[in-house]
Design a binder for this molecule. Sequence first.
Ligand code: ATP
Length: 237
Amino acid sequence: MRTNQSGQIVLENIGRDYITGSRRFAALSGVSIDIGAGECVAVVGKSGSGKTTLTNLLTGIDSPSTGTIYIGGNPIHSMSQNALTAWRGRHVGVIFQFFQLLPTLTVAENVMLPMDFCATFARAERRPRAMALLERLGIADQADKLPADLSGGQQQRAAIARALANDPPILVADEPTGNLDSATADDVMSLLAALAKEGRTLIIVTHEHDFARFFTRTITLCDGIITSDVQSPRANK
Ligand SMILES: Nc1ncnc2c1ncn2[C@@H]1O[C@H](COP(=O)(O)OP(=O)(O)OP(=O)(O)O)[C@@H](O)[C@H]1O
């Protein structure tokens, strides 16, 4: 279990405006959240409510128009793009609906990429670490295949292994089960929830209400504003 606060996320009065021509549109406004290390948080809301905008801010893929974001004490709202990219590689694992594995690299090479990019592990340690992660995700036997040769569930497991490559304190997943059948989706969500129990912070955008049991907290967005923020005991403890 992690004991430090590197997984703590504090957003204060966040706004994100998009400007199209002469129109300014507030995709998020007045969003303040304090998420403790190890929380497993669902972000829900109708299409267009601002969920992806919020996750892009948490991963440093995007920056807020107003407000502050401190992650593990780092002021990511004020970092340069280069600093953000370096920070993200070590601190946040990102999981996407459509996996986004590089199609020309093997599964193991995909998992090694974040380690290669950040040089977090010595070169000789990278493949063994990738194999250990794939073993943990139950797909070590797929390591030398290309992503296209795997099922959707296996590809998402590979993407989770890649997200864990640099042992980040935070995982952010945008609709990670949106492209999977319901049994596979349940397996993937169980896996993700287990990672939160190790002390990682998990933020998961989901449309699926069946998954409420996996979360310790559910944040609902509507038109860019938080309309509810409910803590719940994790039922599958
Ligand atoms: N680059 C952009 N330029 C202009 N408007 C944008 C841009 N990105 C998002 N928006 C708008 O911001 C609002 C929030 O979008 P966002 O993608 O965050 O919603 P969402 O809740 O993730 O939706 P979905 O569930 O459909 O993915 C939407 O009205 C969207 O049209």
